[in-house]
Design a protein around this ligand. Structure first.
Ligand code: IPM
Ligand code: MN
Length: 366
């Protein structure tokens, strides 16, 4: 029997609701596949601020570092929005990513056949989209120094951040992206702002060099970020794998996610050089619907599947979960974010129960 230590970070807003569904699903698939999970639940974000006064308690990071993988739901909420920077929930998430060294964030944007009509794009534009955004996660302007607030000679306040990437930081994310593209359709588009920013000029130079030296079989192209944003909506099928820095990746992955109909569908995985990976939906904590049982738990459930596949090497268990999601959608069940005519509206808890039924049903067939 395989056993894994997993730290669960439900966080804020809808986090605890969607995490409960993912845990039930993992336990069901674990019983079936002979996998036991040793779950430890810890506080992060606003929940940690309220209980302990810090957004990332030492004991949370320590538990994550001792685990085989970390599953996070979402952090943040109106309540903490006006806190000073070091007491914001987001600072806890960024500290967690940095503390785990998870530099490579993979964000798939797939339009599932059942959800083509949930996309705001025309069927012919959305159908068949399958993009992987590889986002650098622990560098760039999110972490660059110097940063801060100050007052100039004329007494005006100003604020500043620094977008910085070193060659080793660019090289290692480029390699992950080329490896990812190689396992997909073999096409990589690197997105930057090299017409304006020096940091992007170095980025482009290094990605080009790594491509030439190590991945001559992968077709590499470059695009400015403003054009990439437009192209993602104009003709998303031109993309296979995209690699970009932290801020551009944040923005482009939200755009890409809407191709699929709802940001509530999309998981992500973040890997370091050797330690535990961090798995989380790309959506936020949706404080407006927290506690109403309206949240879509599927991004969280699919994040658990990504954890099984990439973080724990349990590919079969991941596939079982993904096919349960797919058959649930086939049967027409939808949470509010994906609702359209002729479908059956369900809440978060009910979606979880239907997933468990789908898991049961598939085990009696195979
Ligand atoms: C994301 C989120 C985070 C980010 C926030 C909550 C700090 O938007 O995971 O995309 O900007 O990385
Ligand atoms: Mn984001």
């Amino acid at each position: 029997e395989r056993s894994y230590k997993v730290t669960l970070l439900p966080g804020d807003g809808i986090g605890p609701e969607i995490m409960r569904v993912a845990v039930d699903v993992m336990q069901a698939v674990g019983r079936r596949e002979g996998i036991t999970f040793d779950f430890t639940e810890k506080l992060v974000g606003g929940a940690a601020l309220d209980a302990l006064g810090v957004p990332l308690p030492d004991d949370t990071l320590a538990s994550c570092l001792e685990s085989n993988a970390v599953l996070l739901a979402a952090i943040g909420g109106y309540k903490w929005d006006s806190n000073p920077p070091h007491l914001k929930p987001e600072t806890g998430l960024l500290g967690l990513r940095a503390g785990l060294g998870v530099f490579a964030n993979l964000r798939p944007a797939v339009v599932l056949p059942q959800l083509v009509d949930a996309s705001t794009l025309k069927r012919e534009v959305a159908e068949g989209v399958d993009i992987m955004v590889v986002r650098e996660l622990i560098g760039g302007i999110y972490f660059g120094k110097p940063r801060g607030f100050d007052v100039n000679e004329t007494g005006d306040r100003f604020a500043f951040n620094t977008m910085v990437y070193s060659t080793p930081e660019i090289d290692r994310i480029a390699r992950v992206a080329f490896d990812t593209a190689r396992k997909r359709q073999g096409r990589l588009c690197s997105v930057d702002k090299a017409n304006v920013l020096q940091v992007s000029q170095l980025w482009r130079e290094r990605v080009t060099a790594i491509g030439k030296e190590e991945y001559p079989d992968v077709e590499l192209s470059h695009m400015y970020v403003d054009n990439a944003a437009m192209q993602l909506v104009r003709n998303p099928k031109q993309f296979d794998t995209i690699v970009t820095g932290n801020l551009f990746g944040d923005i482009l992955s939200d755009i890409s996610s809407m191709l699929s109909g709802s940001i509530g569908m999309l998981p992500s995985s973040s890997m370091s050089e050797s330690g535990p990976g961090l798995f989380e939906p790309i959506h936020g904590s949706a404080p407006d619907i927290a506690g109403t049982d309206k949240a879509n738990p599927l991004a969280q459930v699919l994040s658990a599947a990504m954890m099984l596949r990439y973080g724990l090497g349990e590919v079969k268990a991941a596939e079982i979960i993904e096919s349960a999601v797919s058959s649930t959608l086939d049967k027409g069940y939808r949470t509010g974010d994906l609702m359209s005519a002729g479908k059956t509206l369900v809440g978060c808890t009910q979606m979880g129960e239907i997933l468990l039924d789908a898991l049961e049903a598939s085990s009696t067939v195979t």
